[in-house]
Design a protein around this ligand. Structure first.
Ligand code: ADP
Ligand code: MG
Length: 328
């Protein structure tokens, strides 16, 4: 099974940022309200994710690192998934290419437990001290697969990818607190947004990440067509934040990347913003789960829309309408 898991790891865990995504999604699935990430040497030396979620007992810990042992079975088919994870692949994959330790205490349980996996070899659960919730530690990522280790970039680069991944997840979950440090410095500090109104909580969270001035430089979008709803904010054409990295897209609550949407945003702004500048936008699309495939690839956050042209059209109109309403 170690080899099978290492092959799966190649798909699921490409770099520290993808491990961070998998572990933080597990914390979110476990109902965490506070998630703390530590990355040492860009995550290659250590990735640690601690949450205050449901936690696991000793038997669940042992199961969690088994291949295809997911506790999150979909209701009917893979398209209708309630949770972020469902393949039961992330932990065994990580355990096959790194030194993995899970420490957890189930809610209401008197005692915590810890279990380690090294290069695919699974240990036994042993009692451990921890408050309720789970800590997953990944040490020496890719030590067991030197060929993959070579593909890691400088620690600074890996760190910035991991921060970007965490910030995108944080935008999708404003009621959860997210924290990240490199072991000495706090690099992400996002306290849970208390606003009861989802739109307000989202805007506050976006501003906490993009910049406080986003509040005064963005106009709301809210448009619906043929069962597809688009909400979010369009940055004013006069507002930009340097490089092109400030376009955020969420489909049914998940951060995704999509070329079609990048093109639609460019199209919507082309007449109102000079070409050397990049608009700041955050778009939240809600549509029927069978109108979109968000699991094209286990790790890459790509999507495939069934009605791609209609989605593109909705985004262009939504952005143009919002900007025109603001006099642009
Ligand atoms: P998946 O998320 O697809 O189920 P994973 O390999 O990521 O697969 O996780 C395996 C199982 O381990 C999960 O289904 C869950 O039961 C358990 N688990 C993992 N991380 C956590 C966590 N932070 N809190 C509680 N349970 C967890
Ligand atoms: Mg998972």
């Amino acid at each position: 099974p170690t080899l099978v898991n290492q092959i799966a790891a190649g798909e699921v865990v490409e770099r520290p940022a993808s491990a961070v995504k998998e572990l933080v999604e597990n914390s979110l699935d476990a109902g965490a309200t506070r998630i703390e990430v530590v990355l040492v040497e860009g995550g290659q030396a250590l990735i640690s994710v601690t949450d205050d979620g449901s936690g696991m007992g000793p038997d669940e810990l042992a199961l969690a690192v088994e291949r295809h042992a997911t506790s999150k079975l979909p209701d009917d088919d893979l398209v209708h998934v309630r949770h972020l994870g469902f393949r039961g692949e992330a932990l065994p994959s990580i355990g096959s290419v790194a030194r993995l330790t899970l420490t957890s205490r189930a809610r209401g349980a008197a005692e915590g437990w810890s279990l380690s996996v090294e290069g695919g070899a699974k240990g036994r659960p042993v009692p451990a001290a921890i408050s309720a919730g789970t800590r997953v530690e990944v040490r020496d990522l890719f030590y067991a697969t030197p060929a993959r280790l070579k593909f890691l970039k400088a620690a600074r680069t890996e760190l910035s990818h991991a921060i970007d991944t965490l910030e995108r997840l944080a935008m999708a979950h404003p009621a959860v607190g997210f924290f990240l440090s490199d072991g000495s410095r706090a690099l992400v500090k996002l306290a849970a947004e208390k606003a009861g109104d989802l739109a307000q909580a989202r805007l506050n969270r976006l501003a906490a990440i993009i910049g406080r001035d986003f509040h005064d430089n963005a106009v709301p979008i809210d448009i619906e067509r043929d069962g597809v709803r688009l909400t979010g904010w369009a940055g004013l054409p006069t507002y930009s934040r340097g490089s092109s990295g400030h376009q955020y897209l969420f489909v049914n609550g998940r951060p995704v990347r999509d070329r079609l949407v990048v093109g639609a945003v460019r199209g919507a702004y082309q007449d109102v913003m000079s070409h050397d500048r990049h608009p700041v936008v955050a778009l939240f699309l809600e549509l029927s789960p069978d109108a979109v495939d968000v699991n094209v690839h286990p790790a890459k956050a790509e999507v495939r829309f069934r009605e791609a042209g209609a989605v593109r059209g909705l985004i262009v109109s939504g952005l143009r309408h919002a900007l025109a309403g603001a006099g642009h």
